[in-house]
Design a protein around this ligand. Sequence first.
Ligand SMILES: [Zn+2]
Length: 58
Amino acid sequence: MKAYCFKCREKVNIKSPEEVTLKNDKKATSGVCPTCNAKIYTFGKSQKPPTETMHHRF
Ligand SMILES: [Zn+2]
């Protein structure tokens, strides 16, 4: 899965991706940029139905 890294200014493969739910109930995947280790996110890629709510800190 890929996400945009603002430091590298390009799409990179997410390192250690994990699914999170934002405060507005949108799903996102958070992880780490393999190049610069910045936190990166990608939105709207969840394949699970939006029934369960996880309360990760964003
Ligand atoms: Zn990066």
